[in-house]
Write a protein that binds this ligand. Structure first.
Ligand code: RBF
Length: 339
């Protein structure tokens, strides 16, 4: 009798626990929408990895990763069918152009929760966006590039020219990244000129190499490639010309340890993991748009690599460290403009 009662009580306790659990406790289904391909674009690989880490902690949770490919004209339709057929609790994606595509279908799928990293759009009730402060990231990367260019390193010349190869123009590039990079260069020396070349896609390494070579011939001694897998061509051109590279997004040093002198990384895997966890526990502010940067630990200069430690002159490292400390302390601040 007592035994039966305790079993009944235990069942009742279990039942009340079940009621108390959050709505998504029945193992969340996560859909990861990759606007491009994962291969060669670390931010996309990191996005999927963050979702996998989150799912691995919850028994029965699942992650479906969908690559939408490079034809941007197809993304809207592909996103719609991914959402319509997926039955996901959360759709996670990353790209500055995705919030508008999500906004177009959000009213059709009002119960579908969307999380978009590397984008900004407040006011959509079922969309949360979080943007990296890439003005800040651009500034530190540009300051380092400018100081390297004016240093006495072999390959650094007297011309005050630094280059970028970009996949395409878009508001985050034009309003945050390029102005930030330029400000950083000019902080090193106001005479700097930035040469920006546009590839027109995110994969053509041959053309990216040609653009880089042409900039090097024109006097650029440091180049920042932001062009996805096409960056391989830029690396080759810099190596052939005895010039230097700085990188965005992730740890790229091993691709050219003697030529890549700095990587400012986004902690995208951590951000994807954290935001999914917050969403799952009902703490994510859907409808809001947030911005994160160095202070929050989501942008960092990867300074422990031997390429940086041994390749960058001591005086340059000291100046860059000082600028980073100012940003973290708030005495050097970069406002993110309206996109
Ligand atoms: N970055 C990549 O690394 N690979 C890509 O395939 C890629 N495609 C993009 C497509 C569009 C429409 C836009 C707006 C940006 C794209 N980016 C891509 C850039 C990415 O979102 C980010 O701005 C840069 O990686 C710098 O952090």
């Amino acid at each position: 009798m007592a035994r039966r009662l305790s079993i009944t009580l235990a069942l009742a306790a279990l039942a009340s626990m079940a009621i108390a659990l959050p709505a998504f406790a029945a193992a969340p289904k996560i859909g990861v929408f990759i606007p491009g391909v994962t291969q060669g674009s670390p931010t996309y690989a990191d996005l999927a990895a963050g979702a996998q880490r989150f799912a691995a902690e919850i028994p029965g949770a699942s992650v479906k990763v969908f690559e939408a490919g490079f034809n941007q004209a197809e993304w809207q339709e592909k996103l719609t069918s991914f959402v319509a057929t997926g039955g996901f609790d959360f759709v996670l994606t990353s790209n500055p152009s995705l919030p508008d595509l999500i906004a177009a279908i959000a009213p059709t799928f009002p119960k579908q929760k969307f999380i978009c990293l590397d984008g900004m759009k407040p006011g959509i009730p079922n969309l949360y966006t979080v943007l990296y402060n890439q003005t800040e990231q651009g500034y530190i990367t540009g300051y380092l590039a400018g100081l390297v260019s004016t240093s006495s390193l072999p390959g650094a010349n007297a011309a005050k020219k630094v280059g970028m190869v970009i996949g395409q123009h878009y508001p985050v590039m034009d309003k945050l990244i390029i102005p930030g990079f330029e400000q950083g260069l000019k902080a090193a020396d106001p005479a700097f000129q930035l040469d920006v070349r546009v590839l027109g896609n995110w994969y053509d390494a041959t053309k990216a190499g040609e653009l880089a070579k042409s900039m090097i011939d024109g006097g650029a001694d440091v180049i920042l490639p932001i062009c996805g897998s096409a960056s391989q061509g830029v690396i080759k051109a810099a190596q052939d010309g005895g010039k230097y590279l700085v990188f965005f997004d992730s740890d790229e040093y091993s691709r050219a340890p003697d030529s890549i002198l700095g990587c400012t990384a986004l902690r995208q895997e951590q951000l994807a993991y954290t935001k999914l966890k917050e969403a799952y526990s009902g703490k994510l502010a859907f409808g809001k748009a947030e911005v994160v940067g160095m202070k929050e630990g989501y942008i960092e200069l990867l300074s422990s690599s031997p390429s940086y430690q041994n390749g960058v002159p001591q005086a340059v490292k000291a100046k860059v460290a000082e600028a980073i400390a100012k940003i973290k302390a708030g005495s050097l601040a970069f406002k993110v403009p309206q996109l």
